[in-house]
Design a protein around this ligand. Sequence first.
Ligand code: URA
Length: 223
Amino acid sequence: MITPMSRLETLKILQELYMYRSFGFTYYKKREIMPQKPNVSIPNSLDELKKNVHGCFLCALCKTRKNVVFGEGSLHAKIMFIGEGPGACEDTQGRPFVGNAGILLTKMIENVLKIKRSDVYIANIVKCRPPENRTPTPEEANMCRPYVFKQIEIISPEVIVALGGTSYRYLTGDESGITKVRGEILEYKTAKLIPTFHPSYLLRNESAKKDAYHDMLKVKALL
Ligand code: URA
């Protein structure tokens, strides 16, 4: 992907062109200036990764965020829940799933799976809040996804629960709707992946809760 040139890069090129002109050149051979991939190194420890993510300015979401929402939970979690991106409460507190959807997710974890929220790991595809809670764009997801992939690699959970269609699509690249794929047990990296409805959707659609409940029972059975 080709990213837009930063002001500094533009200035450097202009400076170089002025220098050539002062030497008498009238023609400048085009050369590859932009790296094809963003030059970002991804550390292998969660603490280092967190530091990197807190200093991330790779996409425009950094301009409107109050806080980066890296993710939280146990380093030894057997289950990882992955949402799409922080909402207003999460942006304010810098923690994932702490608003109304988070309260429901916590109930699903504690009342159905019968484990403490602090024993699982909770993260999102994008780590900064999309304005007005819109769906993260493919560009934003592409920039941020290496972080969630690294979180998965480090935590190495047995089961990953993709919360909602956006999370499922950006994790797998599969465009199928969540209604079609929810509850399936899929092979994903070294884990099983179970897509289910997003808790925000469940808050708006009471009747979908029983499906989500059955999905959670499948998660429980896998452990
Ligand atoms: N919705 C998400 O997808 N993630 C959060 O952290 C909160 C709400």
